[in-house]
Write a protein that binds this ligand. Structure first.
Ligand SMILES: Cc1cc2nc3c(=O)[nH]c(=O)nc-3n(C[C@H](O)[C@H](O)[C@H](O)COP(=O)(O)OP(=O)(O)OC[C@H]3O[C@@H](n4cnc5c(N)ncnc54)[C@H](O)[C@@H]3O)c2cc1C
Length: 400
């Protein structure tokens, strides 16, 4: 009887996990191990680009790639993991409750944005978290020009000044000017709890973000807390109201709720703690990867971030190790020593840093060129060619 590796999720981590597991079983010429990806769609949704225009185009089909590499695809959404019974209950494409058994389970269901912690945010704010929500925001922005001129129409409030908040805020001035036309007077306001711009980042990176913000005319409300979002805009904790018909929520990313079904240690963001082989301690047959895994990246104790940079590599290692455990092969210790940041700063350009200390290496047009090559080439799935797919899925190869 065939043994089964079941991978939940077809994002960066899930897709690379499938290719890497398929690579190792092919190398060992084993046809008795089946690799199946279970996800709502057989496509990679390129979340890091959701602040851009034409969101509907930011997907990449996966069936051609899965077909040439021998990966099965099951369309559906996992609902319940039965770790004792080694099976997953899921809703299939016909909305029927169905069961799938596994010998090794890889949880790669990513993360989602929680908007329920502030009154009115879930009902009245937009976000960029998923394809559908980012599309809704884009459609809303595109029709602002047809609304009567008002302070609320012309003002976009971005809640949270982290990377996602900064990328969308810096992207907007140019887009709003084109949509609102002459005399539109667009304003972009970032509301940030911290007292300095980019307080979580290195001083050098902070300086660049500040310079770009100033040049683009972005306003920051620092040390400010959003108390409520309503149809007219936001109300800050100090009572100030900012009229806005476009409030964008960017804070509060959490690991997929499925992680709560495994009785194991999780961090504040709901990520499952994993060992060096990306197994969940206490469950030899359950692995976690990408945004659902809290993994140590190096010997210095740095922890993987919820980034696609980490998800891609975590995916390659987890697929290898899930297959290795069935093949009786030694697993590989997950290591990802290099860490870089490439932050889009809209019309100003971008900034590229290296290392966990975030040393600024490139800025403006040079960094923008690099950002474009990362987001439009590097993070996309490999070509649907078995040899290329397996070469790039090797966790020890030098690919990013
Ligand atoms: C606006 C934005 C900007 C970003 N910018 C950057 C950036 O510049 N650089 C960077 O490195 N990272 C960035 N990120 C983060 C990056 O997108 C994530 O870290 C990355 O997508 C994580 O990959 P993943 O495979 O773990 O999860 P995902 O890519 O989210 O994939 C999860 C997969 O699981 C599936 N799934 C979910 N629930 C279920 C279920 N119950 N059953 C079955 N399947 C399920 C989903 O459909 C999807 O296929 C950004 C994210 C956002 C939202």
């Amino acid at each position: 009887m065939k043994q089964k590796i079941l991978i939940l999720g077809a994002g960066f981590a899930g897709m690379w996990a499938a290719l890497s597991a398929a690579r190792l079983t092919a190398l060992h010429e084993r046809n008795d191990i089946e690799i199946t990806v279970l996800a709502p769609q057989p496509e990679l949704r390129v979340r890091p680009r959701f602040y851009e225009k034409k969101v509907e185009t930011l997907v990449s089909p996966l069936m051609p790639l899965f077909n040439v590499t021998g990966v099965n695809f099951l369309q559906g959404e996992a609902q319940r993991i039965d770790a004792q019974g080694k099976c997953v209950w899921y809703r299939n494409a016909q909305n029927e409750s169905t069961i799938e058994h596994y010998d090794r389970l890889v949880i790669a269901t990513g993360s989602y944005l929680r908007r329920d912690r502030v009154k009115g945010a879930a009902e009245h704010a937009f976000d960029l978290d998923q394809l559908e929500t980012a599309l809704r925001l884009e459609q809303h922005i595109n029709q602002l020009g047809q609304q009567p001129d008002s302070a609320a129409r012309n003002t976009v409030v971005v809640c949270g000044g982290g990377f996602t908040g900064i990328e969308v805020a810096t992207e907007l001035p140019h887009r709003l000017r084109a949509i609102l036309g002459e005399g539109g007077a667009p304003r972009v306001i970032v509301v940030e709890r911290g007292n300095v711009i980019g307080g979580r980042y290195s001083e050098a990176l902070r300086d660049v973000i500040r310079e770009a913000s100033d040049e683009l005319g972005i306003e920051w409300r620092l040390g400010a807390e959003v108390a409520e979002v309503d149809e007219q805009g936001i109300i800050l904790a100090d009572g100030e109201r900012i009229p806005s018909s476009t409030v964008i929520w960017t804070v509060g990313v959490q690991a997929s709720e499925l992680t709560s079904q495994i009785a194991a240690q999780r961090d504040a963001q709901g990520r499952l703690h994993v060992n060096e082989f990306l197994q969940v301690p206490g469950y030899d047959d359950v692995f976690a990867t990408g945004d659902v895994a809290r993994a140590t990246t190096d010997d210095k104790g740095n922890i993987a971030l919820m980034t696609c940079q980490h998800a891609i590599m975590l995916g390659r290692f987890v697929g290898h190790n899930a297959a290795a455990s069935l093949l009786g092969v030694e697993p590989l210790t997950y290591r990802q020593v290099n860490y870089v940041t490439c932050l889009d700063l809209g019309g100003w350009g971008a900034v590229y840093t290296e290392g966990w200390e975030q040393e600024v290496k490139l800025t403006r047009a040079e960094a923008k060129k690099l950002k474009l090559s990362i987001t439009s080439e590097l993070i996309y799935p490999p070509k649907a060619d078995r040899k290329i797919a397996f070469e790039t899925a090797d966790p020890l190869a030098a690919f990013v």
